[in-house]
Design a protein around this ligand. Sequence first.
Ligand code: SF4
Length: 327
Amino acid sequence: MLKVGIPRALSYYQYFPAWKVFFEALGAEAVVSPLTNKAIFAAGNSRAVAETCLPVKLFFGHVISLADKCDYMFIPALRSLGRKAYYCSKFIGLPDMTRALVPECPPILDPEIDLNKGRRGLYQTIYSLGSHFSSDKNKIKKAVEQAEKAHLAYRKEMSDRGITPIQALDETHRSEDKSYLEPDVSRGLSIAVIGHQYVIYDDYVNHRLISRLRDMGVRVFTPEMAEQQALDVAMTKLGGAPHWSFEADIVGAGEYYLEGKVDGIISVAVFGCGPDSMMIDMVRHRARGFRTPFLHLSLDEHTSEGGVLTRLEAFLDMVKRRRRVCA
Ligand code: SF4
C-alpha cells in the first residue's frame, strides 16, 4: 500500500480529516508526523533561512521527520479558497521551498488549490492528484465526495460541540495528545484565543497556552467553536471583503467573541508575520471600543515558557479585577 506523508503543521489542522479520507478511499495510507518537538524544530531550523517564520521552519522539520516513512509527501500549494482572498505567499511557495531545502523528501504531491480559477479547475487538479493512485475516474470522484463530507462534518462537529481541532482530530486518528480533554470550567472567566490554527494548537509553539488557561479555570473559546458563517458575517462587518484566506479566524473570530461579551481576548501570532500584524491591530482597536481586555502574544523560537506564563497570569489578574469592578 502506498504511503502518503502529511506533515503535522500549517494547513494540517484545517484539512487533515478530508485528506485522510481522500487518500484512504484511493487505497493509500496517510502517515502523519509526530507532535512538534525539539528535534523537529532543530531539523527545520537548520534548513530554513533565519527570516523564515517559525511555523514554516517547523513545517520543514515535520517533512524531514517523515521523509523516510512514506512514498509521497503531500504539500498542496494553497493559493486561494475564496474569491479574491489569498493565502500568505509562504503557503503558495511551500512545495518549491521544500524541494529546494529538503532534498531527501520523496516525490511531492503538490496540487495548486486556487478557487479563483473556478470549481472546474479545482476538480481537474484533484483528479490529477487522484490519478497517482487510481485510473478509475469514478473512484476518484467518490473519494472527492467523501473528503468533502468529512471536511464539513469535522467543521460542524467543532462548532456544534464547542471543541478544538485537537479534540476533533483525537477522535479521527487517536492523537497521543490528551491535554485538551479537560474538565468543565464553565463558571470561570471566558477568554477567546484567536490566531492561526497552526499557532494556537501547536503546543511547542505556544507553550501549552490552551491547556494552561484551562488549568487556570478559564473557559476557552477558539475560532473553530463558532460556525463558519457566523465568523464570515462578523469579519465582513468589521473589515469588509477579506483579502486573506484566514481573516475569518482572526478578524471574524475577534469581532464575533467581542460581540458575544467574553471577558477578554488573547491574540497569538508569530514574530514577523506581516498579514497578522494588520489583522490583529483591527481587533485590538475594536476591543478598546468594547472596553474588553486584550492581550497580544508574539511568539518566536526564543520565547520562553516563563515569559508566556507571567504575561498570562498578569492578564488574567487584570481581567478578574475588571470583572469584579464591573459586577
Ligand atoms: S501567515 Fe504569517 S505565520 Fe503564517 S505562514 Fe505566512 S508569514 Fe508565516
